[in-house]
Design a protein around this ligand. Structure first.
Ligand code: AMP
Ligand code: MG
Length: 289
């Protein structure tokens, strides 16, 4: 073991999962999307802290990768769920992407293809699971199959209704097989979403992120709230709990998710793998070579 739990920055009152884990009785309708749970600092503290914590995360990520080269088969899966503009892309770019790309596996899940629809809903997910030593990030995930699918009645209720248990069984299998799953549900207010969508319409460099259908989904927010509530209640397990992230302040959501990743990595008690050769003998050989 190379690390203790003591490297949590003082700006956090407790490890963020304590504030952010979904608890029975929590209500999606009551989430304060503008809040900064557990964080004592302010926006002006964020850039320096983020840089420092990105470096810590990158170090641990490299240790995970190095351990896999020595036979450790553990891996991390970060699941990002959230409505359009919640900031999933920013998490991928500024948080997950601050580590060595060698050890990162990114997958996004949009509308399924014909081929994907011909298979079980977990088929396309299985194919994108992270390999040993990697951090996998799912930009949307199997949870779309109980979110957009439920909201739009894309399959009958008994089919989507059966998926909660199927997902729990699936994730249990992954955890038993050495995957630490970090699930984050990202929430923005409707006002903040409107601002961000309007920015996408005002800036040519953001048009690519805009989809006219985003407005249709936005209008369905009450139905999405119900679907998110059911998802959190039915798939938050002790082995793969959900975290609820207030996302109106991007700087906060990034710091919070970064800290959740660091916690997950620290939970693995990683260490640099010992040399599988005689270091001293190699030094002698090199000196003579
Ligand atoms: P984006 O992530 O903005 O590129 O949008 C991808 C779109 O694909 C979102 O509207 C998702 O809800 C939708 N999507 C993802 N998975 C599924 C699924 N299993 N069935 C139907 N639509 C999906
Ligand atoms: Mg989108």
């Amino acid at each position: 073991m190379t690390d203790s739990s003591s490297d949590l920055p003082e700006l956090w009152t407790h490890e963020p999962h304590i504030h952010l884990e979904f608890k029975p009785g929590d209500s999606v309708a009551a989430i304060d999307t503008n809040a900064t749970p557990g964080f004592r600092g302010s926006k002006s503290d964020a850039p320096a802290l983020q840089e420092e914590r990105n470096a810590r995360y990158a170090e641990l990520q490299e240790m995970l990768y190095a351990s896999s080269r020595a036979g450790d088969h553990r891996r991390i899966l970060l699941v990002l769920q959230g409505m359009d503009t919640a900031g999933k892309g920013g998490i991928v770019k500024h948080v997950v992407g601050s580590a060595n790309p060698q050890g990162i596996q990114y997958a996004s899940f949009g509308k399924p293809t014909e081929e994907e629809l011909a298979h079980d809903f977990l088929w396309r997910i299985e194919k994108k699971l992270p390999a040993a030593g990697h951090i996998g990030v799912f930009d949307r995930s199997h949870y779309e199959d109980v979110l957009i699918v439920r909201v739009h009645d894309l399959v009958p209720p008994d089919v989507w209704g059966g998926r909660y248990e199927l997902i729990n069984d699936f994730e249990k299998r992954l955890v038993d097989d050495g995957t630490t799953i970090v699930k984050v549900a990202m929430f923005v207010s409707l006002d903040e979403q409107k601002k961000r969508l309007s920015e996408r319409l005002d800036r040519p460099d953001k048009y690519w992120k805009y989809n006219p259908a985003d407005i249709d989904e936005r209008l369905l927010w009450p139905k999405y709230q119900e679907a998110y509530q059911a998802m959190l209640e039915r798939t938050s397990t002790d082995y793969a709990p959900w975290h609820v992230i207030p996302c109106d302040r991007k700087w906060y959501s990034r710091l919070a998710i970064l800290e959740l990743l660091i916690e997950a990595l620290k939970g693995l008690d990683l260490a640099w793998p010992p040399a599988d050769f005689d270091v001293e003998a190699e030094k002698v050989r090199l000196a003579q070579a």
